[in-house]
Design a protein around this ligand. Structure first.
Ligand code: SF4
Ligand code: SF4
Ligand code: FES
Length: 526
């Protein structure tokens, strides 16, 4: 563990740490472009120059390892002059089209120019070399070659992470240009990451381009709901509209990457939402307030149990629900309704994509959590059988689990149930068939935890309040349980998590604090 001095501050770092990484750890910013923590070192942009005592020339800090007794300065006139010179060189042929560039506001060139440059250009605008703008190069990416600073992050990502090698540099000197090979567009499932890692506006995301200036966006630390991998994300929103997902670093889960399918999952929280409770009776649909909707639903379940016993009601849980919600749903099924008919299904129609990197075939964020709370696919099948035998008088369904099958074998079964209550976020076959529609908050509007395929319990946080009259599932389930006489006093996901960690062995000893950012493995060391 070498100890060294940087800007007069003594610090000790693990063996093998570079000056750039060590500086970052103690809050000293060294500007850099080509360095990326998850890619090989290229050392080609020269932005990260620092002065190291006894070295005759400035050194690139991204490729200089700290040694015992080293003395480093990042703030001398020599360093400042060199960094300004590098910036001037990078901007020599840059079009400076910030007002029409979608990267403005989160651009490495803009930011470093304001912090470390502020030089006057000595190069005439008309002498700049022009390159191709607005090229659709496949996947989620648009390329503007003029804005590229030749840092090679994209080339290394496609070599080292996806192994697909679709981009390269062509030509020489001022005419060097990043591009794809003719007629060979990006063909991998992780193209969106290129826009994240490109430090400038050369690679931008087709889906997000020009939708919203980034300084209007706020962000919530969340988890991608697109599959059971549980990739960590920043969910960027304005008002109650989600605009994009960006990866959030978690080396135990997704490093700093997201897949292209998951990246577009944000749309489900925006589109075709259920916004108000609805009661349907005698072919009439009536918008209801929450008290009326929960009262009517609870009454139907009470009547069904009184008439046919607990086995005449059923609960189908959703692997899109949080651990906190699933804990309460199981309590409702087992302890309040006392029914043996409860289960969940993680099945997805068709042949869901998967690979040996991030993408999982299970397109739900919390199937593992559902299993840990005792929901099973057998329970789901048993419930479906009971429905087909017309044994179920009242059915409570969470999420769109049945709707996925509505066009096939399960859809017609719904007509066998006299009363269906649907707790969900989006319109679909199930909400159209239900007698009570109880709109729930999307993942962006509520907080909680998901357990990913490997058992890692991770927090997701709300960005904004539920849309319309939608409610958190915790409130819906507790409201229904209390109308059925449960007398629960749980309020909010934090108190539910506390209760579940006290009673469920795999979550024992966990708290929101102990989960922190990386999460913890259920049943693993705490
Ligand atoms: S396109 Fe972006 S990531 Fe690729 S070399 Fe140019 S600046 Fe770097
Ligand atoms: S791999 Fe799964 S969790 Fe990760 S971004 Fe893709 S869909 Fe989302
Ligand atoms: S970040 Fe060090 S040379 Fe580019």
């Amino acid at each position: 563990m070498p100890t060294f001095l940087i800007n007069g501050v003594s610090t000790t770092v693990p063996e093998g740490t570079t000056i750039l990484e060590a500086a970052g750890q103690i809050g000293i910013e060294i500007p850099h472009y080509c360095y990326h923590p998850k890619l090989s070192i290229a050392g080609n942009c020269r932005m990260c120059l620092v002065e190291v005592e006894k070295f005759p020339k400035l050194q690139i800090s991204c490729n200089t390892v700290v040694t015992e007794g080293m003395v480093v300065r990042t703030d001398t006139e020599k360093v400042k002059k060199a960094v300004t010179g590098v910036l001037e060189l990078m901007l020599l042929h840059h079009p400076i089209d910030c007002p029409i560039c979608d990267q403005a506001g989160e651009c490495g060139l803009q930011n470093y120019y304001m912090k470390f440059g502020l030089h006057k250009s000595r190069y005439a605008l008309e002498d700049k070399v022009h390159k191709k703008k607005v090229q659709d190069i496949g996947g989620q990416i648009v390329l503007d070659a003029e804005r590229c600073i030749l840092c090679s992050r994209c080339v290394r990502f496609l070599r080292e992470v996806t192994g697909t090698c679709e981009m390269e540099f062509f030509s020489r000197g001022d005419h060097s240009e990043i591009s794809i090979f003719p007629g060979r567009p990006l063909r991998n499932d992780y193209t969106g990451n290129l826009a994240d890692i490109c430090p400038v506006g050369a690679l931008t995301n087709k889906d997000f381009r020009f939708k919203c200036r980034v300084w209007f966006l706020k962000s919530a630390d969340s988890i991608c709901p697109g599959c059971s991998n549980g990739c960590n994300i920043h969910a960027d929103f304005k008002g109650d509209i989600l605009y994009r997902f960006r990866p959030r670093r978690n080396d135990a889960v997704n490093q700093t990457w997201l897949c292209d399918f998951g990246r577009l999952e944000y749309k489900k929280a925006n589109e075709d939402r259920l916004l108000t409770p609805v009661i349907r009776e005698g072919g009439q649909s009536v918008a209801a307030d929450w008290d009326a909707a929960l009262f009517a639903t609870s009454l139907k379940f009470r009547e069904a149990v009184e008439a046919g016993g607990p086995e005449s009601v059923a609960v189908i849980a959703s692997p899109q629900s949080s651990n906190e919600e699933l804990f309460l749903v199981r309590k409702l099924a087992k302890e309040v309704l006392r029914t043996p008919n409860y289960g969940f299904s993680s099945r997805t129609p068709g042949r869901p994509a998967s690979d040996d990197f991030l993408i999982k075939a299970d397109k739900n964020p919390n199937s593992k959590g559902a299993m840990l709370f005792g929901f099973t696919e057998e329970g789901f099948d048993r419930t479906v059988r009971a429905i087909s035998e017309r044994k179920i008088r009242a059915l409570l369904v969470f999420g769109n689990v049945l709707a996925d099958f509505a066009e096939g074998e399960i859809g017609p079964l719904l007509s066998n149930v006299p009363f269906i209550a649907h707790v969900g976020t989006n319109n679909g076959a199930l909400s159209r068939a239900a007698h009570a529609v109880l709109p729930s908050a999307s993942f962006a509007e509520r907080g909680g935890t998901f357990t990913n395929f490997a058992g890692r319990v991770q927090r997701f946080r709300p960005g904004f309040p539920p849309r319309g009259k939608a409610r958190n599932d915790i409130g819906i389930v507790a409201g229904m349980a209390n109308l059925l006489g449960a007398g629960w006093t749980l309020a909010g996901e934090a108190s539910v998590f506390q209760a579940l960690s006290a009673s469920e062995a795999p979550f024992s000893g966990m708290s929101y604090e102990s989960l922190g950012d990386p999460g913890q493995v259920a049943g693993g060391p705490k």
